[in-house]
Design a protein around this ligand. Structure first.
Ligand SMILES: Cc1cc2nc3c(=O)[nH]c(=O)nc-3n(C[C@H](O)[C@H](O)[C@H](O)COP(=O)(O)OP(=O)(O)OC[C@H]3O[C@@H](n4cnc5c(N)ncnc54)[C@H](O)[C@@H]3O)c2cc1C
Length: 444
């Protein structure tokens, strides 16, 4: 994508995955982009304090690879030079789901194998290297600057390590993740709070990094999704940079893999398939084990609000926090970044100033990822009777249909690919309802 002449300043709150993709998109349309983050960034690639999920597996799905190719191809080169892996989503992922091992074969869908801190630090280095982008770490958002009629955000006040900063902004992005207080701030500014859809999953992740020099399987990622609702524990192994493997095991409803070596191995023995237990017998841990609890997932329906401040957009986990076992959060953020670029590009082509931009963006953004992901993942999680959340009337039918497709994906690569494309946000959920897939589900 080419640079265009920009004007004015844009501000991004949060320099994590969402904020970095957003800043890259904005850099083509504004003279300057200032990204504020409360956290202090170290030079290395270790997990940082404000992003504790960085200790856990972070799958990078094909649309994120595509977004990098479009917005910052240099980052792919740097990731690979640093030891990350590119791999095919069908040939190189060994995947069991709902009790079925799926057929492996080439799909042409590229995943990236890397740890989250490694990925994030390369994104940050690249965005920071752009001439018109400045990242201010240690700067905590304090309050919105809004016009006298309380309609338009004009900028932000933030607390830096030594002093307050006061920034005017033509467009401001809230990418503060699940720590965003935008719901409460909207009320203070005289707006309504959006309706929030919630699914209480009560999930716990436990993860550890390993080395296994003698291990050379024919896959880069092994995914053991549980056979829901019979079983609510699962796990995953992924090959990451520096010749290491990350293993994450999870449990719903109070089940959790312990963080000690013996307990972590015992948990693997309790899974339906032996693959993770077999791996742990020959692997050496090279990090401590970390645990992370996800009580609930949510989707704030900002898109449904009648009134919302102009010149402000919210993106990423500030809008929608997904169940991580489906690995979609960063990919959703990357797709939203591309959508921000495309939306700004259309606005500029039409010669429009930014008035009304955020309203349209807010209404349409969900259709590039959040709404798709929410529909699919909440449907799967609600298959457990223990999960709390609103069940759609057709939930049993949909889950029966998806189960039939997974059964067919044991032998049919095109069915596996269609399921993967929907779950990886390549295609919308309704793509699994195409006539040829319905016939497959019916065994025809
Ligand atoms: C255990 C776990 C595993 C996951 N696994 C995957 C996976 O496999 N694949 C995947 O794609 N996604 C995964 N995710 C989701 C992924 O981590 C998020 O979707 C992703 O980080 C995008 O988040 P974000 O940038 O919107 O927010 P975050 O990453 O949470 O970042 C928010 C940023 O805002 C900053 N901030 C917060 N408040 C303020 C403030 N007041 N002022 C200034 N700055 C502020 C923070 O310091 C932080 O840098 C997982 C999540 C969890 C919890």
């Amino acid at each position: 994508m080419s640079n265009q002449t920009g004007s004015g300043r844009a501000v991004v709150l949060g320099a994590s995955i969402t904020g970095l993709f957003a800043a890259r998109a904005l850099s083509d349309f504004f003279k300057s982009v200032v990204v504020l983050d409360a956290d202090m960034f170290g030079a290395g690639t270790t997990p940082r304090k404000a992003v504790p999920q960085g200790n856990h597996i972070h799958a990078i799905l094909p649309p994120a690879y595509q977004a990098l190719k479009e917005l910052m191809p240099e980052v792919i080169e740097k990731l690979l030079a640093g030891g990350a892996h590119l791999f095919d989503g069908g040939r190189d992922i060994k995947w069991t789901h709902l009790g079925h091992w799926l057929v492996q074969g080439e799909t042409g869908r590229t995943f990236i194998g890397a740890t989250r801190p490694f990925f994030e630090s390369h994104l940050r280095q690249h965005v920071e290297s752009l001439d018109n982008v400045e990242i201010l770490s240690g700067h905590r958002f304090l309050e919105w600057k809004i016009d006298s009629s309380h309609e338009t955000v004009l900028g932000v006040l933030a607390q830096g390590p030594r002093e307050q900063v006061d920034l005017d902004s033509e467009l401001t992005v809230d990418a503060r993740g699940s720590g965003s207080k935008l719901l409460k701030e909207l009320i203070t500014l005289g707006f309504d709070e959006p309706f929030t859809e919630v699914v209480e999953v009560d999930l716990t992740y436990t993860s550890c990094l390993f080395q296994a020099p003698d291990f050379s399987p024919d896959w880069n990622l092994l995914l053991m999704d549980p056979d829901a609702p019979r079983k609510w524990t699962g796990g995953v192994i992924e090959r990451v940079e520096a010749d290491r493997w990350i293993v994450t095991q999870w449990g719903y409803f109070g089940a959790r893999a312990p963080i000690d070596d013996v307990g972590f191995k015992d948990f693997a023995e309790s899974l339906d398939e032996p693959d993770i237990a077999d791996f742990l017998r020959l692997a050496e841990p090279v990090s401590e084990c970390h645990q992370y609890r996800i009580p609930k997932c949510y989707l704030h329906r900002f898109d449904q609000l009648k009134r919302f401040p102009d010149r402000l957009v919210a993106m990423g986990d500030a809008v929608c926090k997904l169940n991580p076992i489906y690995g979609q959060g960063m990919t959703k953020a990357a797709k939203e970044g591309v959508f921000l670029w495309e939306s700004l590009s259309k606005f500029r082509e039409n010669g429009s100033d930014l008035s009304g931009f955020s309203g349209r963006f807010r209404k349409e953004m969900g259709n590039v990822g959040a709404n798709w992901a929410w529909q699919l993942t909440s449907g799967s999680d609600l298959a457990y009777p223990q999960t709390k959340g609103k069940r759609p009337f057709n939930l049993s039918f949909i889950n029966w249909y998806v189960g039939r497709l997974f059964a067919r994906a044991e032998t049919r690569l095109e069915v596996r690919k269609a399921l993967m494309d929907a779950m990886a946000l390549v295609n919308p959920p309704e793509s699994i309802m195409q006539p040829h897939l319905i016939l497959r589900a019916l065994g025809l």
